[in-house]
Design a protein around this ligand. Sequence first.
Ligand code: HEM
Length: 133
Amino acid sequence: MTERGPEIDPNRRLSGHPAEQPLAPIADKSVLKDYALFSMGLTSTTGPWGTSFAANLTPDDTGLGNWTEAQFIKAIREGKSKGMDGARPLLPPMPWVVYKNLSHEDLSSIFAYLQTIAPVKNAVPNPVPPSAL
Ligand code: HEM
């Protein structure tokens, strides 16, 4: 984040919330009644769902490297973590509801593109439930 707003970090592009970044303590939880809080890099968000972390979409083992296209399409169409039946629902602000009606061709193209970008090793943390904030 700069004085002009967010700038892309080419070394971390689409690799999600940096695993080593410490989470800011929330000094006054009463703000969560009216506000969602974003980390400065816009990769973690705290709201009524707890804290969620943007996923690593690069083709590393810690990202989408081992995913099938079918998993990717299920994740986006049904909002399922890892694109697996029975998995937990994807949390906000991942706007899968906005993307779920994309055509098969578009989703297939997005997945194919994501498999071509540079792999970045980054194991994004698990979400923090509201009770643990
Ligand atoms: C075309 C654009 C996007 C694609 C292809 C995409 C893809 C994905 C996928 C496949 C996951 C699931 C990862 C997993 O289950 O391990 C995910 C999670 C996530 N995405 Fe997106 N995403 C997109 C846009 C966005 C945007 C615009 C935001 C935020 C404003 C966002 C925020 C998140 C967050 C916070 C998660 C983690 C949710 C959780 O842990 O439950 N994504 N994304």
